[in-house]
Unconditional design. Sequence first.
Length: 125
Amino acid sequence: MSVTTLEATLENGQIKLLEVFPLPEKLKVYVVIPNFEAPASAPTPLLVTRQDQAEPEDPDALARAVAAMTHRPPEEIAAAQARAQQEFQPEHLLPSGASVIEAVFGKWPGTETDEEVYQALEKLS
């Protein structure tokens, strides 16, 4: 299972993401609360579905989100880029002076030869 971490705040009992992030409807999410220990008497939280929410869906939410993303000041964009670069580090670094093609071409993760991979691709097409 892969994990993506998003920063959010709790406002009036609802979790609000700090930045617009495209998530599919009805996606199952897990909430991790750092530096907080729930009291022993706290009830087990229940998951709330869209049908359980009292407020109707906002038809202008997407337009507002797009406007918020396209009208950010340069310093906000730079801060978001810095967070993304810090969060998403490459799994493999390219050797100095190498291109992506040089680093990938002819280097399959298994023991197959280039010819075997080519034949397998031909069968699929």
